[in-house]
Ligand binder design. Structure first.
Ligand code: SF4
Length: 567
């Protein structure tokens, strides 16, 4: 039996949620406060649930301080797009909003959505309204709730893909917060009279202890990194039909430097459910985490820690108690890759689909590479859809035979890279946003990884490895937005110009990497990788992946579970 002293105090964020009146706080007042470009501290927490973060331009911090000005605050806005599907009209809206209110770039995230950066407070509400006019929204794109639901990238590829995309949308709608605060604040919706009486039947007024991520993958492609999610579904196809899903729980990337109680974790595959049960299972597992997750220490609050703390037997019994769900034995599946297929593919219905490589997911016109303009031009004539992938790329989907040459002409005109001309390392790269806007970044990621890859490419070229697939991911901190701990070469920022180097992940996203060297600069990274890659070129077995090779040759031990990530 607990006495009061045994119950740890809730974290400060829990208290902010508790007194927020279902995510309202004083956001409205903060938005019109003319004395600052930022929001009040509690509102900075609450706006995340509405899909936006307060950030500041860190490139300008010194200069602003010198001028005795507050930092240049601006806002990131993340759109909610289950499965990453956008119409050409929606694409054009996002593109023009980024020019009008953002920093003229569009970030395609690792969770299949658009992200705007650099939106000033005075433009925040207008931008939210325009996003809603385009029939997207930003509800629950961030915060302690279920985030954007991912699924394998192209729903137009086959009926199985279409079924999975429908299920992603279904889960997303099922787990959406019900608070009317979003509509009141951003869309001038009618105030709920006596707002305190409003209810969140699923979340309650404290919402979840921490963020909650869901993805679906269709083997053999693991293009959503399904095992990095709190909850995942692996599609099981029998006789050409989608019958159900293997359920995975307890994935997550983040850890805190110097705190070995925190670790990235690959999800456990815990059983199988028929297709019809997917939303109910998702709800049961979300409720399990709501009720058993740690609400006193946010660094130990994700589902991965809950599962490790209570054990899978208790987890299963709770899922049965909550929703009467008995997980059936796991079905066979195999993943081969986490990557995207670039270029054209043709689906059985005769339509074409073109996947474009977007380095770091950053749509920006630079150095004669005009992908942002090219995609806008394509959106003006495209009759199908755009699909954002979990690898920060974009698929121009449902192109007819007649339209194909027109699309190709535009790509060529704007010098959009044909992925076949670049190394497979670059093709399998991911970088998070990091500097200048992310307040948590210790080092560059998206702005720097392309340059580092130029240098690693030289080693690959010397060893005839340019066309060998190797995954590389870089983030500015260990929060893991770019899923660096599932990369064969993972680089995580420690300080400006210094990174931890992790090696040994599985190429298909089934095994974490491990720390190989701490605090290394660019030259050290090159000096470390050069002999290992040379060894790989000389001694790899047929089709052996780099992550498997470094383990077989004893460069480091395999990470077999999140808990031994630090061993
Ligand atoms: Fe920011 Fe860290 Fe996420 Fe990168 S991984 S975007 S640096 S929080």
């Amino acid at each position: 039996m607990h006495n009061e002293q045994d119950i740890p105090a809730p974290s400060p964020i829990e208290i902010i949620k508790d007194k927020s009146n279902y995510l309202r706080g004083t956001i409205k007042e903060s938005l019109i406060d003319p004395l600052t470009g930022g929001m009040q501290p509690d509102d900075q927490v609450l706006i995340k649930f509405h899909g936006t973060y307060q950030q500041q331009d860190r490139d300008l911090d010194e200069e602003r301080k010198r001028q005795k000005l507050e930092p240049l605050y601006s806002f990131l806005i993340r759109v909610r797009i289950p499965g990453g599907i956008a119409t050409p009209e929606q694409w054009l809206s996002m593109d023009s909003l980024s020019d009008q209110y953002g920093d003229k770039t569009l970030k395609l995230t690792t969770r299949q959505t658009f992200q705007f950066h650099g939106v000033l407070k005075r433009n925040l509400k207008k931008t939210m309204q325009e996003i809603n006019k385009s029939l997207f929204d930003t509800i629950a794109a961030c915060g302690d709730v279920n985030r954007n639901v991912m699924c394998s990238a192209n729903p137009f590829e086959s009926p199985v893909h279409a079924g999975v995309a429908e299920d992603a949308k279904r889960i997303s709608a099922h787990l959406l917060p019900r608070s009317n605060a979003y509509h009141e604040i951003w869309l001038d919706g009618k105030l709920i009279e006596g707002g305190e009486k409003e209810e969140e039947p699923l979340y309650g007024k404290l919402y979840l202890p921490r963020k909650f991520k869901i993805a679906i993958a269709i083997p053999p492609r693991n293009d959503t990194d399904v095992l990095s999610n709190d909850l995942g579904f692996i599609a099981i196809v029998e006789n050409g039909k989608l019958t159900g899903y293997n359920v995975t729980v307890g994935g997550g990337m983040a850890y805190t430097f110097g705190n070995t109680d925190t670790y990235p974790r690959v999800a456990d595959v815990v059983g199988y459910v028929p297709k019809e049960q997917i939303a109910e299972v998702a709800e049961a597992i979300l409720i399990f985490q709501r009720d058993h997750g740690n609400r006193s220490d946010r660094k130990n609050a994700r589902l991965k820690y809950t599962v490790d703390r209570v054990g899978l037997d208790f987890f299963r019994s709770e899922i049965k108690r909550i929703k009467g769900i008995d997980l059936a034995p796991t079905k066979e599946y195999e993943f081969e890759t986490m990557g995207d297929r670039y270029g054209w593919i043709k689906s059985a219905d005769g339509m074409w689909h073109y996947t474009i490589f977007i380095e770091g997911g950053k749509l920006i016109n630079r150095n004669g590479y005009l992908a942002k303009t090219a995609l806008r031009e394509i959106a003006l004539i495209h009759q199908g859809k755009f699909i954002l992938t979990g690898n920060q790329n974009v698929v121009i989907a449902q192109v007819s035979e007649g339209q194909k040459p027109l699309i190709e002409k535009i790509l060529k005109k704007f010098n959009v890279i044909n992925a076949s001309g670049i190394s497979l390392l670059r093709q399998n790269s991911i970088a998070c946003a990091a500097l200048p806007y992310c307040g948590l970044a210790f080092a560059e990621a998206e702005r720097y990884l392309p340059t580092l890859i130029d240098k690693i490419d030289k080693i690959l070229e010397a060893n005839d490895l340019l066309q060998v697939p190797i995954s590389i991911r870089m983030t500015g901190c260990p929060n893991g937005c770019g899923r660096p701990f599932l990369a064969e070469i993972g680089l995580v920022g420690r300080a400006p110009g210094l990174y931890n180097l992790y090696l040994g992940a599985g190429f298909a996203g089934e095994r974490l990497n491990k720390l190989y060297k701490e605090m290394v600069n660019e030259q050290q990274i090159i000096d470390i990788l050069s002999p290992i890659l040379q060894h790989f070129a000389q001694s790899r077995t047929k089709d052996e992946h780099f992550g498997d090779f470094v383990i077989r040759k004893g460069y480091l031990k395999a990470t077999t579970a999140g808990k031994n990530f630090h061993d």
